[in-house]
Design a protein around this ligand. Structure first.
Ligand code: SF4
Length: 229
């Protein structure tokens, strides 16, 4: 198995009835500004090279962002903020992400999530998180030969990721490490893994200045160094 085969299976997944309904309903109804789009409306696979050493993990696709464009963090304000920073620190070849086929490439970096379908109100249920877990477990397993570092965006992503890491063989210390911006732990497991917490790139954080471009770039630079990029 390789990541391309995994992604091909993933985009056919219909395991969560509520999320399948929602992703397809959003895709059919559309937002007025995007009425000319054919929404993706399916599970969104990870994006970036399959030999990445740095993995960036969110929580789930956005209804009119990745659920529209079919690529992680592509087509919304959160993604604009993230890709601008990735470009600034040399992890992307261009600062913008608009649609599939826009020429965007990541260097040594893959972006993925513990839940692959857009949830209502951006909130997957615990059962949906559990159901989706095996996809990211398998993706991390396939990335193992190169994987060094994970950056998690936001506390919900952090809570969803720890069980994924446990499922993929890493030891989660007790008490469980708490999420914070700049939190850094090194986990023992199939390979030593640097794990960083980072405030989510949502507008709630970026419009209020809780997360500035400089803060995100600093964290990505540090994480990139531990990943050997
Ligand atoms: Fe499948 Fe994950 Fe989407 Fe559920 S959230 S339908 S498990 S891809």
């Amino acid at each position: 198995p390789d990541i391309a085969a995994l992604d091909a299976d993933l985009i056919e997944c219909r395991a969560c009835p509520r999320l399948v309904r929602w992703r397809e309903q959003v895709a059919a109804e559309k937002r007025a500004a995007f009425r000319d789009w054919t929404y993706w409306g399916r599970p969104v696979p990870g994006f970036g090279p399959t030999d990445a050493s740095l993995v960036i993990v969110g929580l789930a696709p956005a209804a009119h962002g990745a659920n529209r464009t079919g690529r992680m963090f592509t087509g919304d304000r959160s993604g604009d903020f993230l890709y601008a920073a990735l470009y600034e620190v040399g992890l992307a070849n261009q600062p913008t992400a608009a649609r599939l086929g826009d020429g965007l490439e990541l260097f040594g970096t893959r972006i993925t999530s513990p839940v692959h379908c857009a949830p209502p109100a951006n909130k997957p249920t615990p059962a949906e998180r559990d159901t989706c877990r095996h996809w990211l477990v398998s993706e991390l397993d396939l990335l193992l030969p190169t994987l060094r570092t994970i950056v998690v965006l936001g506390g919900f992503g952090w809570q969803a990721l720890l069980p994924v890491l446990a499922g993929a063989g890493w030891t989660i210390p007790t008490p469980r490490p708490k999420f914070g911006h700049g939190t850094h732990v090194v986990l023992e497991g199939p390979t030593p893994l640097h794990l960083y917490g980072c405030y989510h790139v949502s507008q709630q954080n970026t419009f209020t200045g809780r997360l500035t471009p400089a803060m995100l770039e600093d964290l990505l630079r540090t994480a990139g160094r531990t990943a050997g990029i």
